[in-house]
Design a protein around this ligand. Structure first.
Ligand code: OAD
Length: 248
């Protein structure tokens, strides 16, 4: 691992614009379960289509609302871990700009102090009316059962992206702009199975941007990446920053 770390750090030393595609594994050390783990994962007991789709929400609004209230509570009690902090350290190095495109909806990158964060799948703490799309802050919807929009009397739903839904155009634009200017892409803690998020790795590879993957497990992109480090983000990222410091 040392040789791979040193080689990736040497490239990172010359990179000015760095994009990080982050996924659930980045927040795991903060106590937030990832989605696909068989026993403990967020999807382990329920069908994702029932919990994370508009059709599932319409079938059973109370169940979906309570599941999201529970995830909000989990996120509110969580703190950034060493992986989030290492990415802040990277951004603070002179001459470097780090854009984090995160599939996570827990807000932990911002809580750690990262300045440029694109929330690809939305944010757990926002809500909107299923009909008129009016936004509601979490503080106004802290109810056990899903509230109704006072304007049109339709359900208020979590403001995250569900299966089958489009990514917001502004988010797509911001991600594409960051990616096309990137000197290096770090794919951290994502299974790279959900599209269009995972396609950003393809795009980086197509345009010749070097990709470093950090994940304890194999992903569909492991072989194609320039470097793949098998390990936890909270351990590997701080070591990468240390290796980077040795470069100068
Ligand atoms: P997944 O739960 O699919 O994958 C988590 C990844 O993190 C796996 O590849 C694990 O091997 C890896 N992992 C576990 N622990 C780790 C650690 N400590 N450090 C680094 N990696 C670790 O989560 P995502 O790929 O983020 O979408 O999932 C993408 C999307 O699928 C989510 O945003 C969500 C889900 O359906 C929506 O809700 C729309």
């Amino acid at each position: 691992m040392e040789a791979v770390l040193a080689d990736a750090a040497a490239k990172l030393a010359t990179a000015r614009s760095i994009v990080v595609l982050s996924g659930a594994g980045t927040s795991k050390a903060s106590g937030i379960a990832t989605f696909r783990e068989a026993q403990t994962g967020l999807w382990s007991r329920f069908d994702p289509a029932e919990l994370a789709s508009e059709a599932g929400f319409r079938r059973n609004p109370a169940r979906v609302w309570q599941w999201y209230q529970n995830r909000r509570e989990q996120a509110a009690n969580a703190h950034p871990n060493a992986a989030h902090r290492a990415l802040v350290d990277l951004d603070q190095l002179s001459g470097k700009s780090v854009t984090i495109i995160t599939q996570n909806v827990d807000g932990l990158h911002q809580a750690a102090g990262s300045r440029r964060v694109v929330e690809y799948h939305g944010n757990l703490h926002e809500n909107r009316c299923i009909n008129c799309e009016r936004r509601y802050e979490e503080s106004t919807t802290a109810t056990y059962t899903p509230p109704k929009c006072p304007t049109c009397n339709e359900w208020i739903r979590p403001g995250v992206v569900w299966f089958g839904e489009a990514i917001a155009p502004a988010v797509l634009r911001a991600s594409a702009a960051a990616l096309s200017a990137a000197d290096m892409l770090l794919s951290v803690g994502t299974a790279a199975l959900v599209y269009p998020a995972a396609d950003m790795i393809n795009q980086a590879l197509r345009q010749g941007t070097p990709v470093l993957e950090i994940n304890p497990d194999q992903t569909p992109f492991t072989e194609a990446c320039h470097w793949a480090i098998r390990g936890e983000a909270e351990l590997v990222l701080p070591r990468l920053i240390e290796a980077l410091a040795k470069q100068s």
